[in-house]
Design a protein around this ligand. Structure first.
Ligand SMILES: *[C@@H]1O[C@H](CO)[C@@H](O)[C@H](O)[C@H]1NC(C)=O
Ligand SMILES: *[C@@H]1O[C@H](CO)[C@@H](O)[C@H](O)[C@H]1NC(C)=O
Ligand SMILES: *[C@@H]1O[C@H](CO)[C@@H](O)[C@H](O)[C@H]1NC(C)=O
Length: 438
């Protein structure tokens, strides 16, 4: 652990009271109490379930196409689990990583057919062909720019690297990034990573954030979980580079979730970008430390020493976390796997208390945003929409990897897509309308 700090599971009201001692604020406090009570105390977490899946299924063109896919093994239903979730306008996009065989479509949009949520391959079935390197092979995360409707899709290019049946990993295609215009339904850009940046036999592109610079979404920061790298893609120059640091390399840890323990061996995993575009935050799933590095150092290649010197451990997460996301109003949201919780670090609050800048602030006050084992088992990936809701997937992923997932329906849903009012938008929201120059 980078600091031996004792994190405080603070009471929301006490915090509010400390910050708003004036009379005006008493009203605010009461109002907040009412709103928050309505949202989180009187409402059960089940109120925030937007889509629920016991088994994941697709919008097949015909019934016989589905039967054929089951027969020839291109669809192995129990190998399909939703990981990523992103929202644009009224569309909910989800990824089904090809960790194992039998995943017919890795990037999808949720559609409801006869009252049942199913996955419609996105942009279409043609983009899902295994072995066609123009198409998508393995997508776990995408980033959507709410200002332009461009979706930045990272494709690892490899499949079946978490096989449970002894079948080998298939290193099919080079890793790549595709930028897709959702409104126009057309591809805008694509870039293949060279082996020197993302090795086609070893990489695992896990998560992505995008950075505005010069008024445009220019850089993508991508975590390579297996190689322990922070990969940087510069769209303007059509170039990429990477940085590595001991904080990013693979490590082993055990995580216990609702009495089941999973061993995890991973490197840099979840990533978030501050809404002022200044700092990248990242961490491992197999550890508690949360790190920060300035974008002004990371975005430029060839500065390994400066990069290493500017990596800072900001504190320890209260629990293991996979994904994380940063809000417009400077809070970092991440899962707490051991605790069946989504945590929120209000960075402004800690800044004020510590009288420190973003560059120096330490993570000391972490609040529970939502916590309930009934709905929040294995929070995987989180993202905001433009209506101030936090969306996340809770997918019981430990059970998928342990082989204990119950697909019969007797244990309830396996994947929940949750939508919880958060009172703030995502880090990229409205960025071009802002006064700051990026
Ligand atoms: C990837 O593996 C293949 C097959 O072993 C090998 O021929 C190729 O050189 C490897 N490429 C890299 C970049 O390691
Ligand atoms: C994880 O659990 C296994 C089995 O109990 C144990 O052998 C191993 O030392 C643990 N690893 C860590 C990093 O705690
Ligand atoms: C975990 O195990 C304890 C002790 O065996 C038991 O009381 C508890 O109900 C279990 N919790 C879950 C979520 O299974």
């Amino acid at each position: 652990m980078c600091f031996h700090i004792k994190w405080i599971r603070s009471e929301l009201l006490i915090n509010l009271a400390r910050q708003h001692p004036s009379t005006m604020s008493v009203l605010f406090l009461l109002l907040s109490f009412v709103v928050l009570s309505l949202a989180y105390q009187t409402r059960p977490c089940t109120d925030f379930i937007e889509h629920a899946f016991t088994v994941v299924d697709y919008a097949w063109p015909t019934d016989s196409a589905r039967e054929d896919a089951i027969m020839d093994g291109t669809f192995i239903q129990t190998n399909n689990i939703i990981s990523g979730v992103n929202v644009y306008k009224d569309s909910v996009f989800v990824t089904v990583p090809r960790w194992r065989l039998g995943v017919p479509s890795t990037l999808n949009k949720i559609v409801v057919k006869d009252g049942v949520s199913v996955l419609q391959p996105y942009p279409n079935w043609g983009y899902q062909t295994i072995g066609d390197c123009h198409a998508l092979q393995f997508v776990q995360s995408v980033a959507i720019d709410p200002n332009t409707g461009l979706m930045w899709i990272i494709d690892t290019g490899r499949i079946n690297f978490f096989a449970a049946d002894g079948t080998p990993t298939q290193n099919i295609c080079p890793p790549k990034i595709i930028i897709y215009d959702i409104d126009k339904d057309e591809e805008k850009d694509r870039y293949e990573f060279p082996d020197s940046v993302a090795n086609r036999n070893r990489t695992f592109l896990n998560d992505i954030v995008i950075q505005y610079h010069g008024g445009k979404a220019r850089y993508a920061y991508i975590t390579d979980d297996f190689e322990g790298r922070l990969i940087v893609y510069d769209r303007k120059k059509s170039m990429s580079h990477f940085y590595s640091h001991p904080s990013m390399s693979r490590a082993m840890d055990n995580i216990t979730i609702s009495n089941e323990t999973i061993s995890v061996n991973d490197g840099i995993n979840g990533i978030a970008l501050s809404s002022d575009m200044a700092y990248i935050y990242y961490g491992r799933l197999s550890g508690f430390d949360l790190y920060q590095v300035p974008t002004k150092t990371a975005r430029k290649p060839g500065k390994p020493r400066q990069f290493s010197e500017s990596v800072r451990c900001v504190g320890s997460k209260p629990a293991h976390a996979a994904g994380m996301t940063y809000s417009k109003d400077h809070s970092l949201y991440f899962g707490g796997l051991d605790d069946n919780t989504v945590y929120k670090w209000d960075i402004n609050k800690d800044k004020r208390r510590q009288r420190k800048s973003f560059k120096k602030v330490e993570m000391k006050t972490v609040e529970t945003f939502i916590g309930d084992p009934a709905c929040v088992t294995f929070v995987d990936i989180l993202n905001f929409d433009e209506k101030k809701n936090l969306w996340f997937s809770a997918n019981k992923l430990h059970k998928y990897f342990l082989g204990t997932m119950d697909f019969s329906g007797n244990s309830g849903s396996n994947v929940l897509i949750m939508k919880v009012p958060a009172g703030t938008k995502g880090y990229l929201s409205g960025i071009r309308k802002g006064k700051q120059k990026y």
